[in-house]
Design a binder for this molecule. Sequence first.
Ligand code: PGA
Ligand code: ZN
Length: 421
Amino acid sequence: MQLSRLIAHKILNSRKEETIAVIAEVKGKRVEASAPSGTSVGKHEVRAFSSRGLDFSISFVNAFGKKLVDEKIKFETFDDLKKLETFIKKYDQTKNLEFIGGNTLYALEAAILKALAISREQELWTFLLEDKEHNPSKLSKPSLPKPLGNCIGGGLHVKQQNKTDFQEFLILPKTKYFFDSYFINMQAYKEAKSLLKEKDKEWQGTLTDENALASTLDNESVLALLQEVRQKIKDKFDIDISFGIDMAATALWKGRTYKYKNYTSTKKEKTFTKEEQISYVSELARKNSLVYIEDPLHEEDFDGFNKLKTNTPNIFICGDDLTCTKLERLERAIKSKAINALIVKPNQAGSLLETKEVIDLAKKHDILTIISHRSGETYDNTIAHLAVGWQIPLIKTGIIGKERFAKLHELLRIERMISIK
Ligand code: PGA
Ligand code: ZN
């Protein structure tokens, strides 16, 4: 495939922040990809945009795109992104993509992949799935990921003072089909909303950046409320749901201790040492039958992750800020036996080649992979395609909101395409 045009422009994400969208043109058809942005950004993520600013990132893509077109650079396979990255390295040799920015590279690569798929009259997920290099044994019936839904939240995703310390209270329905999980997440969200109206007197209907319910209740009361939601869902639909949390503990870490501001209903403030945090989280998981805990310790504490994982053998201990979708961080996590689950956010790495390597390495070590949106999202649906094309078992992309539906509804459509004979 040879591109006939590749240009970038500025758009606003769900938080009304500026970000980059890249349009690629091939055989008279146009595709677009855009990049999201985070708030609870990991220290080891690449830089989002050029240190010279977003405008520079955009003019870089425009000049670079013209060069790719003029020099008739061909892309045929996923691995051909190597050509692009070798080219990019001439301009940006920094480890954290200081010169062009990770969002720039991600949007550029996603747009090229979408163009490649459309040039073959394929969908992106089928193109990725049929890529011989990466899927030598062609799957006859690919699986859809399970949606891990953010139902209630706080932390850095909420501006108001009165909020939960944990960033996300997540729901994972035990269903076979994506459609059913999507439906149950939505119903659980509705139940949680009406219970909050009743029990959370200070809640004024505020939502988090990811459209989860921004409760003012303390962490443990939220977990108790979710158990009620679980019962209601069981009674109405005869379907069970399990729970997880994203503690995003780097935001709680104050250098020597973890500081809580909404610990329990009677004791708002609480300070924990590392060892106390590990015991607290282990007990919290046991008491509330949690199946998944993301970033329970701060982003440099590989040893703490390992201790917690040893304490909680049947729970997924997941790295997000810890690992930042970077190969060397994952290698370190594997060496220190820190995690058995991994958040994958392609724009934390910028490179889709590195993202794929990270997923492959995690899978090789039996680490559960979860592809994830960011809190500041766009209408882009690339991660839905990556989830199916790369057979990633879970996707974390919210429960409601247009930017979240862009991914969820794409997965519903893909499920229909796969299931209709
Ligand atoms: P972010 O956080 O997108 O705001 O960085 C999401 C998460 O921590 O999972
Ligand atoms: Zn996280």
